[in-house]
Design a protein around this ligand. Sequence first.
Ligand code: NAI
Length: 333
Amino acid sequence: MTKAVVLGAAGGIGQPLALLLKANPLVTELGLFDIVNTPGVAADLSHIATPAKVEGYLPPDDGLAKALKGADIVVIPAGVPRKPGMTRDDLFKINAGIIRDLATGIATSAPKAFVLVISNPVNSTVPIVAEVFKKHGVFDPKKLFGVTTLDVVRASTFVSEVIGDLSKAPSVVVPVVGGHSGVTIVPLLSQSSHPLPSSYSSSELEALTYRIQFGGDEVVKAKDGAGSATLSMAYAGAEFAAKVLKAISGEKGVIAPSYVHLSADKAGGDALKKELGKDLDYFSTNVEIGPEGVVKINSLGKLTDYEQSLVQAAIPELATNIEKGVTFIGTPK
Ligand code: NAI
């Protein structure tokens, strides 16, 4: 029996994500919470002939606590998305408070759940959740994940386009490390499962790297004020959630890139900090996940000089983003 909960379930990401979770046979209960429309979304999804029992909740009558009761995995796409000209950091003002309140609900109603944070700016919202959990004495770094999967999905797609064979997209694996915004997104294209053409020039490599880093802007621009990536994000979020669900069910060797607190695996985290040359608390890299959460934080592997320079460029912005989230909650260290 596995209960998944979506907070922000009536939104652009929330609805298709809830649909994909309803379609996942490992989910037996699906709780949907939002400040609007969840009864309708839940009624609609509940007619789909898959195992999950679906229920929708709104804030009155302790709806958040009811939605979270018994949750094994909580996915959070609540909050405002970007409009053209905005960075993810511009969302901090509104989303930080939303995430703080939802994290407080999780800390009291489902402190043992795996928590997957989609709401932006992920580089800061994940530290906010951690600080709230620390305040409640329930912080388990092994179970808190910033969802960076969309960057990985984009990298797979764009590389398969370069190779000229979109049918390869599902099998192309490119590690994307760092964080989830602009220059903090670092695709390690030299480690792609499908190498780029040998004729690929360094300026082409830079352009592809830029496209992966700023792929979200293509969607924001095309939607022209109507929001940011929702469908591709729902796909990516469901893919990451599916991996976590497999790990919870006991499958071994589940590995996925995610933005985690580096104490989740002390040895791996310390080794990674050494590689970075910086004592960062959070970083996204391939992590192995087991039934109790993060089992191993993997190293970055062999980087090219170019990739090394991208990692170094990401570090100061990441450090600032992390500090901003921590300061917002104001837990003394
Ligand atoms: P949206 O505006 O369509 O949906 C957000 C939903 O959150 C709405 O239904 C709203 O009612 C709900 N909400 C607001 N306050 C809430 C609260 N206190 N409790 C529960 N629900 C609440 O936005 P969209 O497009 O679904 O994006 C959601 C978030 O995901 C944004 O912050 C966006 O930047 C982020 N995002 C993250 C990505 C990633 O790769 N991690 C990719 C794309 C978007």
